[in-house]
Design a protein around this ligand. Structure first.
Ligand SMILES: Nc1nc2c(ncn2[C@@H]2O[C@H](COP(=O)(O)OP(=O)(O)OP(=O)(O)O)[C@@H](O)[C@H]2O)c(=O)[nH]1
Ligand SMILES: [Mg+2]
Length: 443
């Protein structure tokens, strides 16, 4: 279980109150045993001075864990010393001189996974917890880390394995002895799993959105109030607002949390025939931003300036995209505002009217449903679930027709293996490498 000794600084670079160094693997305990005169008390915090030839390198709290009762499942040390990069590097150099090597990103979590302390979805939840950008995201990641998502997936996978075994029992009979009641009972079971996978896909999709957050871009003609709305949502006077059309040139972004969902909002240059080179470059950037897979918030101005045919034409160019139409400056409204076939919100950026509705609409239009979020997930998980769902669809067709039982068993196996990829039961080594290399060092 114990592998070669690895060490890493576990805190972000820079000066802080405490700096944490981790060591895991063969010899971790022996290495610190030399530094402390007292016998190690596993899992207890001990005040120690790490010394090299009588010279104190740092004094701090040492916690030792005897494998397999540790995060990695190996002998593990956590030393909480002074949060100074110079001191920490000195300690690391000392450990390197004494048999340790620097850990790769995510290597501690990878070892925890390889030693069956956590499954792959739980390991991914650790990384997602560390990078979560909202309270809701952190709460969801903690649930995945606890195993809420994995337990669901494992339960569904187990039920498919059982269904497959039951199909295989029938395969042993000659055709006339096949138990039709048993087959329809298997079919009902698989139907149930298939329904539950659909629900889990919905929840996983939400978990994935919460994990990545969404991007939203404000666009429209100059002077429609994009920067005014951007500032109001960012709750800061970030963008310059003037009555001169073409004020914004460079795109600005602000990170918001709306309904728990992290949202990166961009303000862009107003789109028109550019009057100078700076504006032209700004407009080019703005057009590029609209092409990206963002929620597009198109601003137009109320009052008699509102040309409904023109707005419809612009909405047409955004067909198939996630769009919110803002009709701003409603205080200047003179005529009735026509209906448009997209989410439409009337606002007054000066008073803030309608902006709450915009803040609620952004996550919804992006496809996020806070009520469906029970755990954190990734696009990879959604892919695996969808694949399982497809195999089940085929196997249900085959079950209905009581077709080739071998094929049915095979499809049920593929479906459960697709689910197994989520928790790492069936996961290629190169994918594992890719997943763990995206972690931070020391985790
Ligand atoms: N009456 C009224 N004026 C507004 C409203 N929203 C913005 N304005 C004014 O409209 C002008 C233009 O606002 P900006 O936010 O700079 O517009 P913009 O779309 O960013 O303009 P560009 O950067 O030039 O593309 C400013 O004078 C704002 O104060 C509104 O709801 N009502
Ligand atoms: Mg602007």
């Amino acid at each position: 279980m114990n592998k070669e000794l690895i060490c890493a600084i576990a805190n972000p670079p820079g000066i802080g109150a405490i700096g944490v160094i981790r060591l895991s693997g063969i010899g971790a305990l022996d290495l610190v045993r030399q530094t402390t005169p007292k016998p190690l008390r596993y899992r207890d915090a001990c005040l120690v001075s790490v010394k090299e030839n009588d010279e104190i390198l740092d004094t701090g709290i040492l916690i030792s864990f005897k494998g397999p009762n540790s995060f990695t499942g190996e002998d593990l040390i956590e030393f909480q010393g002074h949060g100074n990069p110079v001191i920490q590097q000195r300690l690391i150099n000392y450990f390197l001189r004494n048999g340790a090597r620097l850990a790769h990103p995510g290597e501690f979590s990878e070892r925890a996974y390889l030693n069956n302390k956590i499954d792959l979805a739980q390991a991914e939840a650790i990384a997602d917890l560390i990078t979560s950008k909202s309270e809701a995201a952190a709460a969801a990641a903690l649930k995945s880390l606890r195993g809420d998502f994995s337990d669901k997936v494992k339960d569904l996978s187990y039920r498919l394995v059982t269904a497959r075994v039951n199909v295989e029992v029938q395969m042993d009979f000659v055709e006339e002895d096949v138990d039709h009641l048993a087959i329809s009972s298997i079919q009902r079971g698989v139907e149930e799993v298939s329904q539950q996978i659909k629900t889990v896909i919905k929840k996983a999709n939400n978990g994935d959105l919460l994990n990545r957050g969404i991007e939203a871009v404000l666009t429209g003609e100059p002077n429609t109030g994009k920067s005014s709305i951007f500032n109001a949502l960012a709750m800061e006077d970030r963008a310059i607002v003037t009555e001169i059309p073409g004020t914004t040139t460079d795109a600005l972004t602000a990170d918001l949390v709306l309904g728990g969902l992290p949202v990166r909002l961009s303000d862009t240059a107003g789109i028109r025939e550019a009057t100078n080179q700076i504006e032209a470059l700004g407009i080019e950037k703005a057009l590029k931003k609209i092409q990206e897979p963002n929620v597009v918030v198109l601003l137009v101005i109320a009052a008699d300036q509102l040309d409904s045919a023109d707005v419809s034409a612009r909405l047409n160019t955004l067909a198939g995209r996630k769009v919110i139409l803002i009709i701003n400056k409603v205080d200047l409204e003179k005529n009735d505002i026509p209906q448009f076939p997209v989410c439409t919100i009337k606002t007054n950026a000066l008073t803030g009217k309608g902006l709450n509705i915009l803040m609620e609409a952004l996550p919804k239009v992006a496809g996020y449903d806070a009520h469906s979020t029970e755990f954190m997930a990734r696009a990879r998980h959604v892919d695996c679930l969808r694949r399982a769902e497809r195999y089940l669809k085929v196997s249900l067709e085959e079950l209905k027709g009581e077709q080739n039982l071998e094929l049915i068993a095979e499809d049920l196996r593929y479906a459960s293996e697709s689910l197994g990829e989520i928790t790492g039961k069936y996961t290629a080594d190169d994918l594992l490498g890719e997943i763990f290399s995206a972690f931070c060092i020391g985790k």
